[in-house]
Design a protein around this ligand. Structure first.
Ligand code: PEP
Ligand code: MG
Length: 780
């Protein structure tokens, strides 16, 4: 068969099989359809699919075209015949004269006519063989490498549906088991006698498998900690009326708890942010220890007011008093008072912030996780995260990846299934969450964890090697960071600088706007974290899904299309000026670049540049030094910026494509809305042509373009993006080693061929199938 035809067979058939899989809900029907299709496309008399039984030794014929239909269900040992040989040697068996092969065996049960040529391709679930796809011809026929490769790809597709079907089957069995137990318990309560099965081993009867979106890779198995977000209304309901002495005692206990928590927060903020940030908690501590403050509350309790109400009344009075102050610094302290009041009330209600309760390693389970929740958590003890809401592009997801915590978001019904005593498996790779897993599932995950750790060790070995293709093209792999603690993670994974520093995180973890001095200290730490390497500091990007507790945001019907990011910074110019001044002051600490988010056109860029010049002049007048060579970059996140890329690039030193937002805005698809998840597609031709256009505009202007969206974190995407012309990526640090490993195994030539093919395709589905096939072909 000519080379091109072999490839055609693979690609077309692959697409058709994908379609079959999508349409079908039944394994048998799908396997029947596949054997018919493959036999036709391969012009073969026989095509069969055998699956390996649980014992790992018996093969059972599940679907065939060409053999007698009555033979479906027959079994054979893997020690017999050529099909068994494919399993035994875990590889392809091909011969143009089967009867001459030493392992040939004629199976009378199949009523097969004598066939000469035989091709058997085993398929695997992870590393375990689970079946064989067999093709036979009456004529003697030599199978070409292209045909073998095409059939191997088809076999791989079959393996994924077989694994899925097995998983669904085991879930169905578990559900049947649960229904059986529920009915039995009901019967017993009505006075019946137990059936044998119920008296037996009931272990695992409560086990549940749920699925969501794997947003941060890795596995975790352990006890849970359930994170509750409560509203003020709920707090009011919790008001108690107890004897005075008891209320006083409760108040003092709560005060002590809040005090210890505040000392802890001060220490923690110092570690992950800066000492200057931590100082805020020191002032909280002083208030919590202030005799006047405590005296006012206890006096009210002595008068018969409940502890909760007494704290609220005193705090409200302080808040009002601070709010009336002339001095803006003191005025801002009213927010701190609210925070302190909330902390004491939390302690009174028996709630403490999550990190305090984590005495040992836990999996965090929540309805939703906000970036600020994650910022204050005890990262060392959070071994996994599972939530009901959120998806890959939520900021908490980005942070979880940066921190290397395995996480699954968007798990429907999670909170209904998980109790405080539950044990949970979080599989961030596949998006599965098992609640109270039985022994078999646990063992499987311990094994997977071992394999995962081994892979991580292999990746560490290439940490300090360049990301260079086999034909000598080098790409830069930088890290996306948000917290100071991300710096350590970025170094650990061999980042060559910071491609995107999201400055909103230090703003989010505070209770008021940080001053320029405080900001400058944090920025300088980031710059000094990567001496001599580029650090791209992005100006504040709040709004959308990122809010600051102390900055009231108007309610908007479409916040992602609203007052966010650079629009907000330009409307509140003082915020932007302070931030630019802080970055300039810090810039002497390293190789600093400034990046502007959500830009739609040159007018905004020119206005920002004008403000920057004024801020520079002010600093010069004040005798403050700053680096003379700060590079300026625009983030390409709006279709308007794509269309205007040629104009924008003239205004700045570089472009950085933010695909998280670019996909959302190009496809009109909220990046956090699970209802439109399937429409949010990085492989949509409009997205890929946009990236190409931006890369071309930068190349034509002789300036660099990089990409800092989550898209670059997948090895196959990095290959495609290189082919589209990009040479620099900024990604979650834990994804860097995998991408580097992939880059080192490919050639630029191949990347360009792949990109060329993809750009010629019209459907996202075809692009996905083609990239999946390429990924397997290259072993990425
Ligand atoms: C992006 O939009 O791709 C991006 C990197 O910015 P963020 O995710 O912070 O919005
Ligand atoms: Mg963005």
């Amino acid at each position: 068969m000519p080379e091109e035809a072999g490839e055609q067979l693979g690609l077309r058939t692959l697409e058709d099989i994908s379609a079959l899989i999508l349409q079908s809900h039944d394994l048998q029907e799908t396997l029947d359809n596949i054997v018919n299709l493959v036999a036709k496309r391969m012009s073969s008399e026989v095509c069969s699919i055998y699956l390996l039984e649980e014992d790992g030794e018996t093969l059972r014929l599940h679907a065939t075209r060409g053999l007698s239909r009555l033979s479906v269900g027959i079994t054979m040992k893997i020690s017999e015949g050529l099909t068994g040989l494919a399993v035994e040697q875990r590889g392809v068996v091909a011969t143009d004269n089967a009867p001459l092969h030493p392992r040939y065996k004629y199976f009378r049960k199949t009523k097969e006519e004598k066939v000469l040529s035989f091709l058997g391709v085993p398929f695997f679930e992870r590393d375990r063989p689970i079946g064989v796809l067999v093709i036979q011809n009456r004529e003697s026929r030599t199978f070409t490498p292209q045909e073998i490769s095409a059939v191997s790809t088809i076999a791989w597709q079959i393996s994924s549906i077989v694994s899925n079907a097995k998983l669904l089957d085991s879930i169905r069995k578990k559900e049947e088991e649960r229904a059986f137990y529920a009915a039995e318990v009901d019967r017993l309560r009505k006075g019946g006698t137990p059936k044998e099965a119920v008296r037996g081993n009931r272990k695992g009867a409560g086990s549940t498998a749920l699925t969501g979106i794997g947003i941060s890779p890795g596995f975790a198995l352990g006890k849970v900690s359930i994170l509750h977000h409560r509203g003020p209304a709920e707090e009011a309901v919790l008001e108690r009326a107890r004897p005075r002495a008891e209320e006083l005692n409760l108040f003092h206990q709560a005060l002590e708890k809040a005090r210890i928590q505040t000392i802890y927060m001060e220490k923690r903020m110092g570690e992950i942010l800066s000492e200057a940030d931590a100082a805020i908690f020191h002032s909280h501590l002083m208030i919590l220890e202030d005799r006047g403050f405590i005296g006012k509350i206890t006096a009210l309790i002595e008068e018969g007011v409940g502890a909760h109400r007494a704290v609220s009344q005193v705090v409200e009075a302080y808040v009002a008093a601070f709010a009336r102050m002339e001095d803006p610094y003191l005025r801002e302290r009213s927010a701190d008072m609210e925070d302190i009041g909330r902390r004491i009330c939390d302690a009174l209600n028996g709630h403490s912030r999550q990190k305090e309760r984590l005495r040992d390693e836990r999996i965090i389970v929540a309805r939703e996780l906000l970036p600020s929740d994650l910022a204050i958590m005890d990262h060392g003890k959070v071994i996994g995260i599972a939530t009901e809401k959120g998806n890959r592009n939520a900021h908490a997801a980005i942070m979880a990846r940066a921190l290397g915590i395995p996480a699954v978001f968007g798990v429907e019904g999670l909170l209904k299934r998980v109790g405080v005593r539950s044990e949970v498996v979080v599989d961030g790779n596949s998006g599965c969450v098992y609640v109270n897993p039985d022994q078999g599932v646990k063992q499987e995950y311990v094994r997977l964890q071992g394999e995962f750790d081994q892979k991580q060790r292999e990746l560490e070995e290439i940490r300090d090697l360049p990301a260079r293709t086999l034909d000598g093209c080098t790409v830069s792999l930088l890290a996306n960071i948000g917290l100071l603690s991300d710096l350590r993670v970025a170094h650990l994974h061999g980042a060559e600088g910071v491609g995107l520093y999201r400055t909103e995180f230090p703003f989010m973890t505070r209770s008021s706007f940080p001053t320029r001095q405080v900001q400058a200290v944090v920025y300088r730490k980031v710059l000094e974290g990567f001496p001599g390497l580029p650090v791209n500091i992005r100006t504040l990007d709040i709004g959308g899904d990122k809010e600051l507790s102390y900055f009231p945001h108007p309610r908007e019907d479409n916040p992602f299309l609203g007052w966010r990011s650079m629009r907000l910074s330009l409307d509140r110019e003082e915020i932007l000026r302070e931030q630019l001044a802080a970055v300039l002051i810090a810039s002497v600490g390293g190789r600093c670049n400034l990046m502007f988010p959500m830009i739609s056109g040159v007018d905004e860029v020119r206005r920002i540049k004008g403000i920057l010049e004024q801020v520079k002049e002010d600093l010069l007048r004040e005798g403050k030094a700053f680096a003379p060579d700060i590079g300026l970059g625009v983030m390409v996140e709006l279709p308007a910026a794509v269309l205007g890329a040629e104009m924008l690039v003239k205004e700045v030193d570089y472009l950085s494509i933010g695909t998280n937002d670019l996909i959302q805005y190009t496809l009109a698809c909220d990046r956090n809305n699970p209802l439109v998840r399937k429409w949010y597609d990085p492989y949509h031709p409009a997205v890929l042509h946009s990236i190409k256009k931006v890369a071309d505009a930068a190349t034509a202007a002789g300036k660099p373009a990089s990409l800092c969206g989550e898209m670059a974190g997948e090895p196959i995407n990095a290959l495609l993006l290189m082919g589209l012309g990009l040479r620099s990526f900024s990604l979650s640090a834990p994804s860097i080693p995998r991408v580097k490993e992939a880059v080192r195994r490919i050639t630029l030539e191949k990347a360009q061929l792949v990109a060329e093919r993809v750009l010629a395709m019209e459907s996202a589905q075809s692009i996905r199938s083609f990239l999946e096939a390429t990924q397997r072909e290259l072993g990425l």
